[in-house]
Design a protein around this ligand. Structure first.
Ligand code: FES
Length: 241
């Protein structure tokens, strides 16, 4: 494989989207988080399961199988049961697309035949600076942990399967910004009659978390849900082995 290979057109991936690719014949994932792209090996180092549909939390991908997490930028494991890093690949965004190299980020020299994307303008000193979130008293808001948000979502039960939406694998992405949180989630089927109820309960559960004022739920159907996304606990409850 040449140093960099075109993997996606620049407008192919919306923020939050991902694409399965192959890098040096290895299954890999190309992900766009906001305006940053990451390419990672699509195999969890804990037990060899695909990370394909794992939700992304704070730029870490969660293995849908047993919940290990890996940093998208450097591949290091950030949560048990995984203890070994996944491979990550260098990504270069150029004029016509998103290119991936089999080499690690930071180890590949740029290829002169491509024109580099102009660097974004440096904001003026007077430009808006992100503000530290504050609570009602004006004090810096206490940080809400991902675990607290996930635990809140675990209280939302799919009324048809009687399993919580986290263990069902319906939650794809959690993004927290101060006292606001936005999640991307799916349903077990596009025609799920319980959809509006699940969405409303998810929003309510998140807004009840101390430190969260506003929750936004975005329903996505890509990638589609499949039973492989369920945790072992959910499989046990449903008698799926
Ligand atoms: S296979 Fe990924 S955490 Fe077990």
């Amino acid at each position: 494989m040449p140093s960099f290979e075109l993997m996606a057109a620049l407008d192919e991936l919306a923020p939050g989207a991902r694409k399965s690719i192959f890098v040096d014949d290895l299954p890999a994932l190309l992900l766009r988080i906001e305006n940053d792209y990451f390419a990672i090996e699509d195999v969890c180092t804990h037990d060899g399961q695909p990370l394909t549909d794992g939700p992304v939390i704070d730029r870490q991908i969660v293995c849908p199988r047993h919940g290990a997490r890996f940093d998208l930028a450097d591949g290091r494991p950030t949560k048990m049961p995984a203890t070994s890093p996944i491979r990550v690949f260098a990504v270069d965004v150029r004029g016509d697309g998103v290119y991936v190299s089999p080499k690690a980020p930071g180890t590949v020299p740029s290829t002169p035949k491509f024109v580099a994307t102009p660097a974004p303008a440096v904001p003026e000193a007077t430009a808006d600076v992100p503000q530290t979130p504050v609570d009602e008293s004006g004090e810096p808001a206490a940080e809400v942990t991902d675990e607290a948000l996930i635990e809140a979502l675990r209280t939302v039960i799919d009324p048809e399967l009687m399993i919580n939406i986290v263990d069902l694998g319906l939650v794809y992405n959690i993004n927290q910004n101060g006292r606001k949180v936005a999640i991307e989630m799916t349903l077990t089927s596009p025609a799920c009659p319980a959809g509006p109820q699940i969405i409303q309960q998810s929003r309510t559960a998140l807004e009840r978390v101390n430190g969260i004022d506003e929750a936004t739920i975005k329903l996505v159907m890509t990638p589609p849900w499949s039973p492989e996304r369920m945790t072992d606990e959910a499989r046990d409850q449903l008698g799926i082995f």
